[in-house]
Design a protein. Structure first.
Length: 662
């Protein structure tokens, strides 16, 4: 009896015979090779590299046509995005001696990277960077924590395209050309080395490109911001953006670092404070944009009818329920996020790397923070900044800090702006109070809020607010530009002082204990090369003067508590136990630790306990200079003091890189 193939309706023997014939035909097809002339091979290589470049651009977020228009506006982008493709192709060809197989590998690598970048931006609004490859475990965990569109069809198409190129390489052969391939491999490696060392790190080149892209995008009625990193990747090409990250914002491993030794330090908590000293207060941090008191040191300024713009700040700072002093921050004139990082993590931006670093761009995983310490004690977290969510990648970074409830400029309206650009301190205060009232109405748990204002952001030109601000007077002649800058800046300082006073009055009426921590993120940048400061007789920026160098990075801070907080503990004794230096100067990394101690939380977290000990030994650590408890500024340390710095450096590296947050 003849058995039939069910699907084909033909005898099985005939089907097997047909199958063998098909296999033989395929083998015969691939056995007969096609030899390529060298000129055809070169043409095929160029064509493949070009289409691989286009495919990575097509895959990345944003409109394909718009990105290509940016490439035409800044033609150097073609080169910057093409070189890595050409280099990998050259190395692959040198190794496998087949242009199609080289194309298959190059296509697979760059298109898959572009897909991962697309998924990451959609999931966390954060592009793929070189540092992400040190976080494979976290990335795999994230795929389970977020509802991600994995773009399976793109992955399938990418793999299929590479498979077709591999098949083409089996059929079509090129000459061995060993000397030529060897030269191509060496040239590819050399070219990439030069590009990585000299071209991709260039800030001048990036700045020039951004200007051209911004001009084109705005010319089409769009918006562009160099602070929107995903958009920069989009507009200048994923490949260029990715390779720029290899040379920026690196975390340097300290000499002598030991992961096991650093891990053991987490068990070295201080003796816990008496539970009776614990105050479950609502703790509200307010970093105020460019808030400073440098004008008080200038003897040539006269205030008008409105008086001293810092009057209300001084009133709060002089309260018996306040602790006030100077906080020494990482940067001058900019670097808002670096100060945020120093305060909320207790880790110092300037210890991350010897190179200029944006601390937030080094945060790619969950890291320990003051917010997490308070969360462990039952606090609910909250973050607010009335700026764009993408500035310094804040939306993603604050989630890594443990603050997922976030408020940005999109939660405000145009009437909340003063002069049409920045959200006012008044609107900031309105929103903070509104959200606080909503929270306390629904929860008895204490509140941890970390907030950042924006109104007094530079520049301080006459058009900042859309009206003429009250002019300051001067006892000696200064330039009209300096007079305008100082007058406009004073308007913002006055509004910030009003904000602080208003909040203290409001929270003094609260039944729950409340602590406000208020400080400035940096001094304002005014004029070229500190020119405005020079005109009013200040030494800000004079690095050769140790005191002036520290003053360049110093802004005022105040920690204020309401009546309910004071009634819940012996507050004066708590202040005395802080052991603050006589001049009140501390580094920004210690500001959060002060709040930690005042709430009676010493003994809860080993790192913040260590910060308390470090603060008592070295109150200020700033750009290679140190301020001792007696106020002396020095550049040399004792063996004991150097040990403190070394431990701080290594522990910081551990927390940023190796520590797993539970």
């Amino acid at each position: 009896m003849i058995k039939y193939c069910r699907r084909a309706g033909v005898p099985r023997k005939a089907a097997e015979r047909d199958g063998r014939t098909t296999v033989k035909t395929v083998k015969k097809f691939f056995k007969k090779k096609i030899r390529m002339h060298w000129s055809v091979a070169v043409f095929a290589a160029v064509l493949m590299c070009f289409f691989i470049l286009l495919s990575t651009v097509a895959i990345q977020p944003g409109k394909f046509a718009e990105t290509l228009k940016n490439f035409m506006a800044a033609p150097v982008l073609w080169l910057l995005n093409a070189v890595p493709v050409i280099a990998l192709f050259g190395v692959a060809w040198a190794i496998c001696a087949n242009v199609f197989w080289a194309g298959a590998l190059t296509s697979l690598v760059f298109n898959l990277l572009s897909i991962i970048n697309l998924i990451k931006i959609e999931g966390r609004n954060d592009p793929l960077t070189a540092a992400d490859f040190g976080l494979i475990t976290e990335a795999l965990q994230a795929t389970g924590e977020y509802k991600l569109n994995l773009h399976i069809w793109l992955i399938v198409l990418t793999v299929l395209a590479s498979a077709l190129l591999i098949l083409a390489g089996i059929k079509i052969k090129s000459g061995k050309w060993i000397p030529v391939r060897a030269a191509a491999g060496v040239l590819s490696v050399t070219l990439m080395a030069v590009m990585m060392a000299k071209v991709y790190p260039s800030e001048d080149l990036m700045g020039n490109i951004n200007v051209k892209v911004e001009r084109r995008v705005k010319g089409d009625g769009g918006k562009y911001s160099v602070y929107n990193v995903p958009a920069v990747f989009d507009n200048t090409g994923f490949i260029y953006g990715f390779f720029r990250t290899f040379n920026s914002n690196k975390i340097e491993r300290p000499s002598g670092y030991s992961k096991s030794a650093a891990a053991s330090w987490d068990k070295e908590t201080a003796t816990p404070a008496d539970p009776a000293e614990r105050v479950a207060a609502d703790v509200i941090f307010i970093q105020c944009e460019a808030f400073s008191d440098f004008m008080a040191d200038a003897d040539c300024i006269e205030y008008g009818e409105s008086g001293d713009p810092l009057a209300l700040f001084r009133e709060v700072a002089s309260s018996p329920r306040s602790v006030a002093g100077k906080v020494v921050v990482p940067d001058f004139g900019a670097g808002t996020a670096n100060t945020e990082f120093d305060v909320i993590t207790g880790m110092q931006t300037k210890m991350i790397s010897k190179m200029q670093t944006s601390s937030f761009r080094t945060v790619h995983k969950d890291v320990p923070s003051l917010a997490r310490v308070f969360a462990g004690e039952g606090y609910e977290g909250y973050f607010m900044h009335p700026g764009s969510y993408y500035f310094y990648n804040r939306q993603s970074v604050y989630s890594h800090f443990g603050l997922d409830t976030q408020v940005f400029s999109r939660d405000f309206t145009d009437p909340d702006k003063k002069g049409g650009r920045f959200i006012t301190d008044e609107a900031f205060g309105d929103k903070l109070i509104e959200d606080y009232e909503e929270y306390v109405a629904s929860s008895e748990d204490p509140w941890f809020a970390f907030t950042v204002t924006i109104q007094n952001h530079q520049a301080y030109g006459s058009g900042k607010y859309g009206f003429k601000v009250e002019k300051l007077g001067f006892t000696r002649e200064i330039s009209s530009g300096a007079a305008t800058n100082l007058s406009v800046y004073a308007e913002g300082i006055r509004d910030s002082s009003v904000l602080l006073k208003r909040l203290t009055e409001y929270f003094d009426g609260a039944d729950r204990p409340v602590m406000l921590v208020f400080w400035g993120d940096h001094l304002p940048a005014m004029g070229s090369n500190f020119s405005v400061y020079r005109e009013i007789g200040l030494k800000i920026g004079e690095e050769n003067d140790p005191e002036a160098a520290v003053d360049t990075y110093s802004t005022p801070f105040v920690i204020w508590v309401n009546g309910a907080f004071e009634d819940s503990c012996d507050y004066k004794e708590k202040i005395a136990m802080l052991d603050l230096p006589a001049d009140g100067r501390i580094s920004a990394i210690y500001l959060g630790e002060l709040a930690y101690e005042l709430c009676g939380m010493r003994g809860t977290d080993a790192y913040f306990d260590f910060l308390g000990d470090s603060r008592r030994e070295l109150p200020v650590i700033s750009h290679g200079r140190y301020v001792l408890p007696d106020g002396t500024v020095t550049e040399t340390l004792s063996e004991k003091q150097q040990a403190v710095i070394d431990k701080l450096d290594k522990w910081e590296y551990y927390r940023l890189v190796d520590q797993k947050v539970k």
